[in-house]
Design a binder for this molecule. Sequence first.
Ligand SMILES: Nc1nc2c(ncn2[C@@H]2O[C@H](COP(=O)(O)OP(=O)(O)OP(=O)(O)O)[C@@H](O)[C@H]2O)c(=O)[nH]1
Ligand SMILES: [Mg+2]
Length: 342
Amino acid sequence: MRFVDEAKIRVEAGNGGAGCMSFRREKYIEFGGPNGGDGGNGGNVYLLADPQLNTLIDFRYRRLFRAQHGQPGMGRDRSGKSGEDLEIRVPVGTVVYDLETEELLGELLKPNERLHVAKGGRHGFGNTQYKSSTNRAPRKTTPGTPGEHRDLRLEMRLLADVGLLGLPNAGKSTLLRQISAARPKVGDYPFTTLYPSLGVVSTGPDQSFVLADIPGIIEGAADGAGLGLQFLRHVARTGLLLHVADILSEHLVEDIRTIEAELEQFDSTLLMKPRWLVLNKVDACTDPTTAIIVANVRRDLDWQGPIHAVSAVSGLGCRELVTAVQAHLDRQRQERATESSR
Ligand SMILES: Nc1nc2c(ncn2[C@@H]2O[C@H](COP(=O)(O)OP(=O)(O)OP(=O)(O)O)[C@@H](O)[C@H]2O)c(=O)[nH]1
Ligand SMILES: [Mg+2]
């Protein structure tokens, strides 16, 4: 298993085009002067921060990125066309290292920010450039310099405000789809989600938060079973965890305890984080049943925090959940702001 929030790619800028050697040949002019044009510059490679992207998964399928070469110069003083620059789209928050030297090349933290990662080669000179009063028929040209080649390591810190966790099939991805524009895969089998994904949940003008969906966590996860735990670090820095459980489960309380036990074993500080229960799939329950189950869970777990009963499929209860989450995050931010101003 590899983390997809890391990718290795190779970028190759275009070579500069060679200068041309050529002399004017015209009727009745015996010794025409030099007219070899310069080559074109090689294309550069840039990374461009695209807010539409939220993982580096695309780079698992495509690893080599080449900008165009500059065209060679031509006779009659025509210079070669410059190679086009290449822009590679990466998610906002991507950190870029040189793979070999481990040098930090830059971070793309704002949408549409651009980072120059490989410089195109400089064009060669045609023989016209070497014409002088003492040398009227220069035979000198230069070839153009090669474009820069580089292996890069891209790293993406998932900056989520809220993390989803729960057993496989609890409906985490469905919930992310319901409340954000993200489109993680949903399936009626466990481990549909193999990689974390992020969605932006918009709750009002200029108000939003980022929600992270991670693979389901199963019993034994802390000892290496399943997929979920290695992704927990993505939610470890969030301000709130939403623990999603399937309200239709016959052993709902044990389900919840399983996740808590794995959290505790993996990193007990995670248990200290604000964590809310989200009981999902209430569309398949009748009204009084939902209320009874919620009351039972609260009693059996001695649960002090909020419990939300929702349907990720129909959207029932989701508005209330999202509004409460936003209010919680706003409060947290305010507390942090006053703390730091003290
Ligand atoms: N009836 C009903 N079914 C739901 C609801 N939410 C999710 N499901 C179904 O539950 C199954 C699992 O949903 P997912 O969203 O893929 O679950 P997940 O928690 O992301 O699962 P993993 O990625 O495997 O951990 C799918 O068949 C969903 O259609 C809901 O609110 N009501
Ligand atoms: Mg999923």
